[in-house]
Design a protein around this ligand. Structure first.
Ligand code: ADP
Ligand code: MG
Length: 246
């Protein structure tokens, strides 16, 4: 196999009084759906902040397409096609869909003025990539949670995106909306985009991921192909406790 899209190599991260990550290594290939699982406080969000350049690792490094990065900025992450969709989707409710889509990409382009005609075209293309249709002039405050998430995904796709990281994306979704999100994830996969899906829900890991990494107290306790995982093993890796038969 080639160098892969992304590798985290022996990533450590300490905060004052807390060792949040203790040597985390994982790798991701293009078009791969990889689930990062772990209970609350296991280090999932810290790891994605390192991958997206928000935090620098205390020790360890990233490799993107075979190139090694010690320190890594959010701008470099975006330039390397890495996009994160946070739990709150980082959308601006008092702006329209179009304005939300325009904001991010114009900032990244460092253009001074928004070329609305050009933006509208780019926005329409990015919505089409996930077969999502919405009134570009609607205010985001009027949309459902799932629609806001679609806006965040469309916005992520306005860049030359290679990897989309979704931090616990299903928290506020209905079962039907989760299904729709999973369909979109599969569509992104078809386009060669890798997905790092952060979740602590067993059924979601089994349903959508091909590969998994489970963190516990900042360390990788298990990783591999999801087809080799079962619910007993999953709950043991997550908690460190044997599953008790009732
Ligand atoms: P998860 O996303 O899996 O719930 P986090 O990565 O948010 O876990 O947190 C891992 C550990 O690091 C927790 O003990 C948390 O309290 C701690 N932590 C996370 N961010 C910070 C920070 N900025 N400052 C201090 N401690 C932090
Ligand atoms: Mg988290």
């Amino acid at each position: 196999m080639a160098d892969g899209l992304l590798k985290t190599v022996d990533i450590h991260k300490s905060f004052v009084g807390v060792q949040a990550l203790k040597g985390v290594s994982l790798s991701l290939n293009p078009g791969e759906i990889h689930c990062l699982a772990g209970e609350n406080g296991s280090g999932k969000s810290t790891l994605i902040k390192i991958i997206s350049g928000v935090y620098s690792p205390t020790k360890g490094h990233l490799e993107i397409n075979g190139k090694k990065y010690g320190k890594f900025s959010p701008i470099e992450a975006i330039a390397n096609g890495i996009q994160v969709i946070y739990q709150d989707f980082s959308v601006f409710p008092n702006l329209t869909v179009m304005e939300n889509l325009a904001l991010n990409s114009e900032l990244a382009d460092r253009h001074r003025f928004v070329n609305w005609k050009r933006m509208r075209k780019i926005a329409e293309e990015s919505l089409a990539k996930i077969n999502f249709s919405i009134d570009l002039d609607a205010y985001v405050s009027t949309l459902t949670v799932a629609e806001k998430q679609m806006i965040a995904i469309s916005r992520a796709l306005m860049f030359n995106t290679k990897l989309i990281i979704m931090d616990e994306p299903t928290t506020a979704l209905t079962r039907l909306e989760v299904k729709q999100l999973f369909n979109i994830i599969l569509k992104l996969k078809e386009q060669g985009i890798a997905i790092l899906f952060v979740s602590h829900k067993l059924n979601e890991v089994f349903e959508i991921s091909e590969f998994f990494t489970i963190l516990r107290n900042g360390s990788v306790v298990a990783s591999g192909e999801t087809k080799d995982l079962d619910s007993k093993k999953f709950s043991f890796y997550m908690t460190g406790r044997e599953f008790e038969e009732k």
